[in-house]
Ligand binder design. Structure first.
Ligand SMILES: NC(=O)c1ccc[n+]([C@@H]2O[C@H](COP(=O)([O-])OP(=O)(O)OC[C@H]3O[C@@H](n4cnc5c(N)ncnc54)[C@H](O)[C@@H]3O)[C@@H](O)[C@H]2O)c1
Length: 269
């Protein structure tokens, strides 16, 4: 049920690849709540993904941009402001990619040039995006910028591999840039630390099914789904969350606060 929470707001959604993507569902929900959006993804994802269909469904312009490339980001922001008819109120960074994970390199045997690429795509791109938004003065006051993270930024999940470092950096950038954006423009910046979710990026992690099932059992409320994540994103883009900033917000059914769950101990016995 829509509540017009984003009526009159304008935003950019990064990272909708297919209808499993968290960003796909966020885009649908933002438009249902009254927002006008542009969609973006890497040029290669535009060729192989299904984002054009989403653009048609939501009457949203699809603008290609490699999130590691400043020129692409500058153009994306200029075009979005022009197409949407004014400055932006929200941006979702929903981007993650690791070549070492993709090529099944173990954490203790990484290719470091690939690792640098992982950090660039999955974390530095967030800094680049915000630097461009700030320089262009493209955000309205009380706007909201979000990125998606995972608890491996704080705790060890061996198979999450180098993405743990990428998420730690991403969360740090949200805090640091959140200060500057808040101080100068009254814009808030947060990360959502989401439960394991069945998507292309998620299921690429080794042993994802066990990962998912374990978290499901450990969390008193169960894993947060992609649909529940899009509810949370809409809340954080709305005026109901104006003073939440520089936070990493766990959206995980209680998983991050658990030590032992008797349900899991039963399995161990
Ligand atoms: N699925 C999970 O279990 C889970 C859990 C916590 C956090 N997250 C995070 O949620 C976010 C979205 O992932 P998802 O699970 O929806 O998977 P997804 O594979 O649907 O989305 C990842 C997106 O990143 C895009 N991308 C990759 N390289 C890019 C580049 N250079 N420029 C622009 N875009 C690029 C991909 O094209 C894709 O659309 C990621 O940050 C991911 O780490 C996912």
């Amino acid at each position: 049920m829509a509540h017009n929470l984003l009526q009159g707001k304008r935003g950019i959604i990064f990272g909708a690849l297919d209808d499993q993507s968290i960003a796909w569902k966020v885009a649908e929900h933002c438009v249902a709540e009254g927002a006008k959006i542009t969609l973006t993804n890497a040029p290669v994802a535009l060729r192989f993904g299904k984002i054009q269909a989403l653009g048609e469904q939501l009457d949203a312009e699809v603008i290609p941009a490699d999130a590691t490339n400043m020129e692409d980001l500058d153009q994306l922001i200029d075009q979005s402001v022009e197409k949407l008819g004014g400055k932006l109120d929200f941006v979702l960074h929903s981007i993650g990619m690791s070549l070492n994970v993709r090529k099944k390199r173990e954490y203790t045997n990484l290719k470091h040039d690939w690792m640098l690429k992982t950090l660039d795509i999955s974390a530095l791109s967030f800094h680049k995006l915000m630097q461009s938004l700030l320089k262009k003065d493209a955000m309205n006051e009380w706007g909201s910028i979000l990125a998606l993270s995972y608890i491996a930024a704080q705790r060890v999940f061996p198979d999450y591999n180098e993405m743990a470092e990428a998420k730690a950096l991403l969360e740090s950038i949200a805090r640091s840039f959140g200060y500057h954006f808040g101080d100068r423009k009254k814009v808030r910046v947060n990360t959502i630390s989401q439960s394991p979710t069945w998507t292309t990026a998620g299921s690429g992690v080794k042993g994802f099914k066990q990962f998912f099932d374990y978290a499901e059992e450990m969390s008193p409320l169960g894993n947060a789904t992609a649909e529940e994540c899009d509810d949370y994103c809409v809340f954080l883009f709305s005026d109901l969350s104006r003073k939440i900033t520089m936070q990493n917000l766990f959206h995980d059914g209680g998983y991050s606060a658990m030590g032992i769950n008797p349900a899991v101990m039963d399995d161990v016995e």
